[in-house]
Write a protein that binds this ligand. Structure first.
Ligand code: V47
Length: 383
């Protein structure tokens, strides 16, 4: 039973309590600044506990951005570099392997691999990177290449999405990250990244991945030039694809960080807007099992609070994150397992280490860098 709630939310509360789907107009109403964030949090928490009980998930992971050189110039991105800029870099195979070694020594279960679309590298370079890592470190789950990169590989090879994905699967790819979604609506996409894969391309690539049995994540970049209607439109398009395929594991709302970007005049979203968006995401995406509060982007305090506003996952311990740190994030480079578990416990949740596919990870305290996977974590979606 919920505590008293703002009268404007009564119809939404009734639907949430009855497990009914929320509409586009419900979504818009929840972005009305007069609707109290705490009330949305209460509703989102109800859904979060229905789906994920009291669990608070995290994983032990690392990031690899093998190059920042990119043919695209997304106005929100502080990470990319021109080919001839002193900031530009590209990692050698040895450097990539060193990252793999470091990951395995530190007990990582996942490597998150994304980067720039290098002017002079062919698809083989991206493919070999996956193969190299998989051949040397077969236990490391490689969550790599966003739909935008996959779309670029199609352009480079003149082959279909399915062909590109099959090559990557054969090389050892495990799943797809959720980046590159930004905001699907063309009114916004045309202003912030008009050159790259559009909304339908992004969704079609994930549709194909799901059909091939590849799990993926999805994201939404908010807090720049978009309006609430664009955010709700974005969430509903993700929900529709999930109805069709069931292949999304996690949704990650990504708050825009303006520093060093072409939109540096726009203030960063407030913590309250972050929590509002977290709660609305949980409420609208009734068919996606997990909602991630990515602490690197939200800040540790807001991410911890988000565990009571719809989120059930803090992402990882994370090493070598660059995209947010280049855009002014002041969060640390890394959280220890002890710290992340403490944050989850302090929020009143039970910490569970998961692998990328949301199976429990089992470790012997005597050899913490070694691990095995246990059962799939229980999820209430669709049950
Ligand atoms: O696609 C880029 C965003 C994304 C900025 O799948 C920015 O588990 C804010 O997708 N301010 C990449 N956001 C990160 C991403 C991600 C992160 C964590 C986990 C997963 C997952 C995926 O970051 C980009 C873009 O939407 N981004 N620049 C910026 N200045």
């Amino acid at each position: 039973m919920l505590h008293s709630i703002d009268p404007k939310l009564k119809a939404i509360r009734d639907k949430v309590e009855a497990g009914e789907r929320l509409s586009f107009d419900d979504g818009l109403l929840m972005y009305d600044p007069e609707v109290p964030v705490n009330d949305l949090g209460q509703l989102a928490n109800l859904v979060r506990e229905r789906i994920n009980g009291n669990f608070g998930y995290y994983n032990i992971n690392t990031h690899l951005n093998a190059t920042n050189i990119c043919v695209y110039r997304c106005v929100f991105c502080a990470f990319r570099s021109d080919l001839r800029s002193p900031k530009g870099y590209i990692m050698s195979d040895e450097q990539v392997l060193e990252r793999g070694r470091e990951a395995v020594e530190n007990g990582c279960t996942e490597m998150h691999i994304v980067g720039g679309l290098h002017h002079q590298r062919k698809f083989d370079w991206y493919l070999n990177l996956i193969k190299l890592l998989h051949d040397h470190f077969p236990t490391l789950h490689l969550k790599g290449w966003t739909a935008v990169e996959l779309n670029w590989f199609e352009f480079l090879t003149k082959q279909s999405t399915e062909w590109v994905l099959r090559q990557l699967l054969d090389a050892g790819l495990g799943s797809l990250p959720g980046g590159g979604a930004e905001i699907f609506h063309p009114e916004v996409r045309d202003q912030i990244c008009e050159h790259k894969a559009d909304g339908s391309n992004w969704l079609n690539i994930h549709r194909t991945a799901h059909r091939l049995g590849i799990k993926s994540n999805c994201t939404m970049l908010y807090g720049h030039v978009e309006k609430p209607l664009h955010r709700i439109d974005h969430l509903i398009r993700l929900r529709e694809l999930q109805d069709e395929t069931g292949g999304f594991q996690t949704f990650i709302p990504l708050a825009f960080h303006p520093e060093n970007t072409g939109l540096s005049h726009i203030p960063k979203p407030s913590s309250l807007m972050d929590l509002r968006t977290m709660a609305i995401s949980r409420l609208m995406l009734d068919n996606i099992p997990h909602i991630k509060a990515y602490w690197i982007m939200l800040g540790i305090g807001t991410a911890q609070t988000a565990l009571s506003y719809g989120a059930d996952d803090l992402d990882g311990t994370v090493r070598h994150e660059l995209i947010y740190h280049d855009a002014g994030a002041t969060t640390p480079e890394f959280l220890s397992v002890e710290r992340i578990e403490h944050l989850i416990r302090e929020a009143g949740r039970e910490p569970v280490e998961r692998d990328t596919l949301y199976r429990r990870v089992l470790r012997d305290p005597a050899t913490p860098s070694q691990w095995t996977v246990g059962e799939q974590v229980p999820v209430g979606v669709g049950s």
